[in-house]
Design a protein around this ligand. Structure first.
Ligand code: PEP
Length: 251
């Protein structure tokens, strides 16, 4: 059975005091019978504290927004997967388009990051998504297939239990333009079919595929009602506790 997941990607926002206050606000507003798996991805700087606060709350865990492709050593400024795991985080977000575009992260590099994450027992939220030009040129399906297959398809079926895929069309991230429900469902079904072809039904049917891109409380219910949309990766709206919690309850 696929998990319903809502993850908040806080990006480079909120200082430590503000970030911890947001963790506490989210936890205080989640209903006691919350059924959604909630993942908070704050800055590295207070990831440990955030993860500790979440540690006694059922179905809520912390994630980092990235990890190094290297195990350890002379990589000034980098943060390794084992450091992240030692902070009690459970997930790492990899391949966000802001990292692919601004930091030139390639499919090959992301494959190495996935390996590092797995070697430290971190689960991966693997992001993929096309630009507006790619969609207009009708190459978006090929692009998504190469992003997913080149970084993930060396993995075993068992490994895939630790992968969540996030489809985030670049043209919808932080723009206020959301993919239509049909556009999002179409791509999610395409991704799930890629998994069927590569790994079979069991893996495909147990992998959560999240939508990301200007998701907010008003559009989440319709998006999450789609057959192949198992939740969301939320940027801007995750910085507001009421909005974020409302999205987590949109199934
Ligand atoms: C994101 O950055 O992962 C994202 C989906 O951002 P936003 O919700 O702000 O579009």
């Amino acid at each position: 059975m696929r998990k319903n997941i809502v993850a908040g990607n806080w990006k480079m926002n909120l200082n430590r005091t503000e970030g911890i206050a947001l963790v506490e606000a989210v936890l205080s507003k989640l209903p006691v019978d919350n059924k959604t798996h909630v993942i908070l991805a704050p800055s590295f700087v207070y990831l440990h504290k955030a993860a500790k606060i979440c540690s006694n709350i059922p179905k809520v865990v912390a994630a980092s927004q990235d990890c190094s492709a290297n195990k350890k050593g002379a990589f000034t400024g980098e943060v390794s997967a084992s450091m992240i795991a030692s902070c009690s985080a459970r997930y790492v977000v990899l391949g966000h388009s802001e990292r692919r575009v601004n930091f030139n992260e390639s499919n090959e590099l992301l494959k190495e990051k996935v390996a590092q994450a797995f070697s430290s027992n971190l689960k991966v939220i693997f992001c993929c998504g096309e630009s507006l030009k790619q969609r207009e040129d009708l190459v978006h399906f090929d692009w998504l297939k190469s992003q997913i297959s080149e970084s993930l398809f060396h993995l075993s079926s068992d490994d895939f239990a630790n992968i969540v895929i996030a489809y985030e069309p670049i043209w919808a991230i932080g723009t206020g333009v959301t993919a239509s429900t049909d556009q999002a469902q179409e791509v999610h079904a395409f991704i799930r079919n890629l998994l069927v072809d590569k790994y079979g039904n069991e893996v495909a049917e147990s992998t959560s595929i999240l939508y990301g891109g200007s998701c907010h409380p008003k559009n989440a219910i319709e998006l999450f009602s789609q057959k192949d949309i198992d939740g969301g990766l939320i940027g801007g709206a995750s910085l507001n506790a009421d909005d974020f919690v409302a999205i987590t309850q949109s199934f």
